[in-house]
Design a binder for this molecule. Structure first.
Ligand code: ADP
Ligand code: MG
Length: 256
């Protein structure tokens, strides 16, 4: 709700690559459990924003606060453990590993075991392993991949690979899930299924979601609020209906 403290808050976020300003003075507030869309033409800075928040890039200036804590100097691994998970535009699965192994590897990012734990099989390790198994089982069930747990990830149909990406992100038990073009390459039916899934995930786990997507139906139906980027700058932010009606957005993004 509007009165809860922000989960994510960026301010003045700026990143250049040589002379190109990929993101300029970006500011966004995401509250717990909210679902926010980020749209804009190719090259408008959407993935750069994701990379800055998830620790894959350092900002030139500006701040990223998560749960009130500055995180713009943290590593990607630390940020995962704080509770931010992201997916990538293309899939980044371990194609030679099984579906279950892919999910377990992700869950272990959140529940790392020390060398000593692993060597002596401490109770802490056994507890962590049980937790990882439970998370893996539940998530595969949620996306209908239980029967595929032993299949090589690379042998899954494309739609299932994208669902597995989503499960891998969730396996780190995030409070904020960032999805970069999750429906890319999906047909209309697969996209609808994915929308349902993201909504179910949000309700089941209470995570906040930021989604970058070109599919306007998906964005408009799924998101409570949308930020529109063009040339690295926020040109509008509002509810889906406001975004669709805004002349500048129509001109820049929707092309009419
Ligand atoms: P979007 O995700 O909205 O398509 P990006 O954030 O990927 O846009 O890119 C924004 C701009 O920054 C683009 O012009 C892109 O070419 C450039 N860019 C992104 N990442 C890099 C990088 N690592 N090195 C150089 N230029 C980059
Ligand atoms: Mg992108």
């Amino acid at each position: 709700s509007m009165d809860s403290a922000p989960l994510l808050e960026t301010s003045g976020l700026t990143k250049s690559f040589r002379s190109l300003v990929a993101l300029r003075d970006q500011a966004i507030v995401v509250r717990p459990g909210e679902i926010v869309g980020v749209i804009g033409p190719n090259g408008s800075g959407k993935s750069t924003f994701f990379n800055l928040v998830s620790g894959f890039l350092r900002p030139d200036s500006g701040s990223v606060r998560f749960d009130g804590q500055p995180i713009e100097r943290r590593s990607a691994a630390e940020i995962v453990r704080l509770g931010i998970a992201r997916t990538f535009q293309g899939t980044r699965l371990f194609k030679a590993l099984s579906v279950a192994e892919n999910v377990r590897a992700a869950a272990q990012l959140r529940h790392p075991s020390s060398m000593l734990d692993a060597l002596v099989g401490t109770p802490r390790l056994r507890r962590a392993a049980r937790r990882v198994d439970a998370i893996t089982g539940e998530l595969l069930g949620l996306v209908g991949l239980t029967g595929r747990a032993g299949v090589r990830a690379g042998d899954l149909p494309y739609g299932d690979q994208r669902r597995l990406e989503l499960v891998r992100a969730l396996a780190t038990q995030p409070r904020l899930l960032m999805l970069d073009e999750p429906a890319a390459g999906m047909d209309a039916a697969e996209t609808r299924e994915l929308m349902d899934l993201v909504d179910r995930i949000r309700r089941r786990f209470g995570v906040a979601v930021i989604v970058v997507e070109h599919d306007m139906d998906l964005i408009m139906n799924l998101c409570e609020r949308i930020q529109v980027l063009a040339h690295g700058q926020t040109i509008f932010e509002g509810a889906p209906a406001e975004v669709q009606a805004h002349p500048k957005v129509r001109e820049v993004y929707l092309g009419h």
